[in-house]
Every structure is written in C-alpha cells, then in structure tokens.
Design a protein around this ligand. Structure first.
Ligand SMILES: Cc1cc2nc3c(=O)[nH]c(=O)nc-3n(C[C@H](O)[C@H](O)[C@H](O)COP(=O)(O)OP(=O)(O)OC[C@H]3O[C@@H](n4cnc5c(N)ncnc54)[C@H](O)[C@@H]3O)c2cc1C
Length: 291
C-alpha cells in the first residue's frame, strides 16, 4: 500500500521543528530515520497529515562525553553509536545492544531518538538505556524536560513525549571501572526483533562484592522492565553461581509477559530466567577477567 497524502516540511533547527509541531498539533509527526514510521504509514497504521522531517537539523547529530555521561543527539544514527570508539570505550554495552538491531541498512538510517520515542518494548535501545539509567531530554514550546526511563516509557509503543515535543538528546552514565556488563537476546533468526532480551550490569567496587546491579529485560511486558527485586538480591553480595541462579528465578517472577504468535507467556518467562542467568554469568566473568 501507499501512505495517505501528507504535507512535508524540512526544518533546519529545533526551534523551527517545534514551531511546525505547534502549528499542526496532533496532525503532525516527526520523521527521523523512517524505519518504523514509514512502514506504519505504508500500512496506513499511521496517517499523519503533516511530516516534520528533522534530518536537516544537523545540531541533533552528535556523540560526546560530558563529565561522567555520554551525551548523544536525538538524530544520531544507531550505526554511528554502535561503531563510535568513545561509546565502545566508555559504554560498550550500548554498542553491543545496538549491534542486535535488524540489519546494517536499518541501523544506518534508524536513530537513537526514533527508537526511544517508538517505545517498542522488544527494541534493544530502550532496554539498554533503562539498564544504564539514561535520561531523555525533550524540548517543546514550554522548554526542556529530562525524563528517566521509568517516566519516559509508558506502555506498548507509547512514550511520555507530548505531541509538540522533540527528543533532542539522550544522556547515559559511562560505566565506572570494575563494571561487568552483558547484553543478550533470544530470537529465531539474526536480525529479528528479540523475543526476550536482557541487559545486565554488575557494579563491583572491590571486585568481590557487588555494590549495585542493574537488570533490564525486553519482551516481557509493555515497557522495558527493570527487575528490581532481583537487583536487590545481588546488591552487597559476593557473586556466586547459586546467587546468579536465584536472581534469574526472581527476575522471571517479576516479568509480565503476554502470549503472542512468537511465544507464549510461559516460554517468555522461562527465557527471562535463562537469559538473566546467562547474562549475569557473562557480566561476572568480564569483571573477573579484568575486561
Ligand atoms: C526490517 C526492520 C527491522 C528492524 N529491526 C529492529 C530490531 O531488531 N530492533 C529494533 O530495536 N528496531 C528494529 N527496527 C526499527 C529501527 O530500529 C528503527 O529505526 C527505530 O525503531 C525508529 O527509529 P527511526 O529513526 O527510524 O524513527 P522513525 O521511524 O522516523 O520514527 C519512529 C517514531 O518516533 C518519532 N520520532 C522519531 N524521532 C523523534 C524525535 N527525535 N523526537 C520526537 N519524535 C521522534 C516519529 O514521529 C515516530 O513516531 C527495524 C526496522 C525495520 C524496517
């Protein structure tokens, strides 16, 4: 099918883009990489009357380090983040997670902002940004707001972004020394959306005792899910295989999966347990190996 008719604008600045959103309100949609929006328009699931194409807003395309944070512009391509030496050094789990997204042409067009605003609970970027406790900076007619993942992801394909706002930046804490990390997902074929994914972080102060753990799961609920009780089990403890096994069981009990044609809820819950255990083991091995 072809999309229904729309007007098309190419603003050059954020202010201009917000002005267009103000003028056309809910009839307008921001277009970034187009890798989710255009298929939805072609299937007429989305029928915006106005497209505000932000690809000419060059100020939204950057990756830099500020104090202990990576700061990434909303229009930065997924592939640019994946191959960035700065990201690979300061936050390698982000590069790793992005490498699971679709195929190279999709990552080359798709953007950080687009993936986050699209808010698919099986998408890799929302899951890893949740685990990393990243913050989304959004700008609209009344100024800027900074939203954490818990606030930003509302439910399936729904973020807390107001229709007049643009996601301008993502701020992600860099990993401190002695942090074990792992991103894993289960899918049927390379490039498919994950059925279940897990981002695991073990912040090890002295390499023996875990100071803090962060676990975010995708595909097991309406938003990326932090399994906070499982995280609490790990915090302050010496990591052992038995503790990892317990944390995996706890994490799976915290999930709220639904059955669909890809997998039953029960199967997803089981994958959550297995992949939490595997990713925690990998994260722990990375710290032990001094990587
Ligand atoms: C074949 C295929 C396979 C894919 N596989 C995967 C996969 O395995 N994992 C995965 O995570 N994704 C996958 N994707 C989706 C891909 O990652 C998209 O690029 C991403 O979800 C959306 O990013 P985008 O820049 O293309 O956004 P667009 O499609 O341009 O926009 C998506 C939504 O976000 C809004 N939006 C975009 N940018 C902004 C902004 N800065 N401010 C406000 N609103 C904004 C748009 O209005 C729209 O509602 C796949 C896509 C395709 C076509």
């Amino acid at each position: 099918m072809k999309p229904s008719a729309f007007e098309y604008f190419t603003p050059a600045t954020v202010t201009e883009a917000i002005g267009l959103l103000e003028r056309y309100g809910e009839e307008a949609k921001v277009l970034a990489g187009g890798q989710s929006l255009i298929p939805m328009m072609n299937f007429r699931v989305a029928r915006p009357k106005v497209l505000v194409d932000i690809n000419q807003v060059k100020d939204l395309d950057y990756i830099r380090e500020e104090k202990d944070e990576l700061v990434i512009g909303g229009l930065t391509r997924e592939r640019a983040v994946e191959v960035s030496p700065l990201v690979q050094k300061k936050c390698p789990i982000l590069s790793e997670a992005i490498s699971y997204i679709g195929h190279l042409p999709i990552r080359t067009r798709g953007t950080m902002g687009g993936s986050l605003v699209h808010a698919d609970p099986t998408a890799e970027i929302p899951v890893v940004v949740s685990a990393l406790e990243g913050k989304m900076k959004v700008a609209g007619p009344s100024g800027e707001r900074l939203l954490g993942a818990d606030e930003f992801f509302v439910t399936y394909l729904t973020s807390a972004l107001d229709p007049l706002e643009i996601l301008v930046e993502v701020r992600i804490p860099t990993l401190p020394p002695n942090t074990g990390w792992s991103f894993m997902e289960f899918n049927r074929r390379y490039g498919d959306f994950g059925i279940v994914s897990v981002a695991a972080l073990l912040f090890m102060g002295d390499k023996e005792r875990c100071q803090k753990a962060s676990l975010a799961l995708g595909g097991v609920g309406p938003t990326p899910l932090r399994t906070r009780k499982a995280e609490k089990l790990l915090a302050g403890q010496v990591i052992t295989d038995a503790l990892i096994a317990k944390a995996g069981i706890q994490a799976s009990q915290e999930t709220e999966p639904e059955s669909d044609y890809h997998a039953s809820a029960e199967y997803r819950r089981n994958l959550a347990r297995v992949f939490t255990q595997r990713s925690l083991t990998e994260a722990w091995n990375k710290v032990k190996g001094g990587k």
